[in-house]
Design a binder for this molecule. Sequence first.
Ligand SMILES: Nc1ncnc2c1ncn2[C@@H]1O[C@H](COP(=O)(O)OP(=O)(O)OP(=O)(O)O)[C@@H](O)[C@H]1O
Ligand SMILES: [Mg+2]
Length: 190
Amino acid sequence: METKKELRKRILSIRNNLDKEEVSLNSKIIMDKLRNLNEYSNAETVFIYMDFNNEVITRDLIEEMLKEKKHVIVPYTDTINVKLIPTEIFDINQDLGKCSFGYYEPKKDIIKQVETEKFDLIVVPGVAFDRSLNRLGFGKGYYDRILSLRRNDCKAIAVAHDFQVLNEIPAEEHDVKMDMIITEKNIYTN
Ligand SMILES: Nc1ncnc2c1ncn2[C@@H]1O[C@H](COP(=O)(O)OP(=O)(O)OP(=O)(O)O)[C@@H](O)[C@H]1O
Ligand SMILES: [Mg+2]
């Protein structure tokens, strides 16, 4: 089996080369599937990433959730303490700024940590997944840490392009499994 590092490199190089139309089309299909789930409609507080570099696009869903008055919580990446600081946003244009790595995150002056126990749903990004619902991220354990603190009725639903879901990926003791993975072609669940 490939190592985690080899797998990240291989899958990211494919994802970085997808064309924008494909990313946008897949994202629409995936987000429609997510929207139709009870886990989504019943969720009042949703922790969701801001998409970056051909990840499944979350921006449109975030705008919709804000209109529907769901509580939208977005990660601020505290690279010094290697942890995510979940922060509520109210306006996608006002409350976010581009960080030095190029992705959008809550502006410094609005950062206020929301307790992980408040989340009803977590929409999880990732680099690679497998059919047993294992997940591989960027390699710092940010999501493993925060997912392990969630309420036991809070679902972790990953969204990804179907090519990112492999038969088997390496998983360690600390790796947290997803409850569901949604792609443009499939829904993987147990
Ligand atoms: N719950 C945890 N508490 C402390 N350290 C952790 C925890 N989960 C993961 N780590 C550490 O984080 C490091 C990276 O983990 P891993 O390779 O699984 O990252 P990843 O899942 O790809 O990244 P990410 O979650 O940021 O997308 C590991 O060395 C691991 O020890
Ligand atoms: Mg991990």
